[in-house]
Design a protein around this ligand. Structure first.
Ligand code: CA
Length: 230
């Protein structure tokens, strides 16, 4: 069965170009032309990856990403026309997996799509043969279902937050530098920087820590990086 891609793009020439290249690479491709219909399609059907333009009529790509992330974990590749958007993507910690700025070459797009899908499948697939569940004190991570509970209450995580939390929890009591975590979790990304790690750790803490006193799970080792308390 071929992998399914959803393109949400309001410029027909770009959408068709992306579609042609992806179909040549064996993907099955659907196109939606605005944010509202793109979101509806993304939620109603199963896709392996979404290519999402940021500037869309109706609902913009930021809002679409936010809403998809409330229920879905699949890779999202944002397409932006402005360099300014890059700062905004980082700042929001939106849970998009990657972004690409226009103009880009279709072959680069296809390469990124392939890399994200194989990585996502590798993570999901390996979870089924390895230990299914990681439990540390009040924290429970179901790796195959990609779900997390804190003291019995389920919390929603973006793909990268989940990957980072799981990686740390599976290597307790070990200090990792931000560079190590970045290359582990964002391995094939051509862009991005280690500040992304800080943003993601902050988001994870907001969900798993009580906020009172010292962090119970993820400690900051000043000047070095982070350590998960086992
Ligand atoms: Ca657009």
């Amino acid at each position: 069965m071929s992998n399914r891609i959803l393109i949400v793009e309001d410029e027909p020439e770009i959408a068709e170009l992306e579609k042609d290249y992806l179909e040549l690479s064996g993907f099955e491709v659907s196109i939606e032309k605005d944010g509202t219909s793109g979101l509806a399609k993304a939620l109603a059907e199963e896709f392996d990856l979404i290519i999402l333009d940021l500037m869309l009529p109706g609902m913009d790509g930021f809002e679409v990403t936010k809403q998809i992330r409330e229920t879905k974990n699949l890779p999202i590749l944002l397409v932006s026309a402005k360099k300014d958007d890059v700062d905004k993507i980082h700042g929001l910690g939106l849970g998009a997996d990657d972004y690409i700025t226009k103009p880009f070459s279709p072959s680069e797009l296809v390469a990124r799509v392939k890399a994200h899908i194989s990585r996502f499948e590798r993570i999901s697939g390996s979870a089924q043969t390895a230990n299914e569940t990681v439990e540390i004190r009040g924290l429970k991570i179901d790796k195959s279902a990609r779900r997390v509970w804190v003291n019995g209450e389920e919390k929603t995580f973006t793909t990268k937050e989940f990957d980072l939390l799981t990686f740390l929890a599976e290597h307790p009591n070990r200090v990792f530098t931000k560079e190590e975590l970045f290359s582990e979790i964002w391995e094939m990304e051509l862009v991005g920087d280690i500040a992304t790690v800080t943003v993601h750790v902050k988001k994870i803490r907001e969900k798993i820590e009580s906020g009172k006193g010292k962090p119970e799970y993820i400690e900051t080792i000043w000047g070095v990086g982070y350590r998960f308390k086992g």
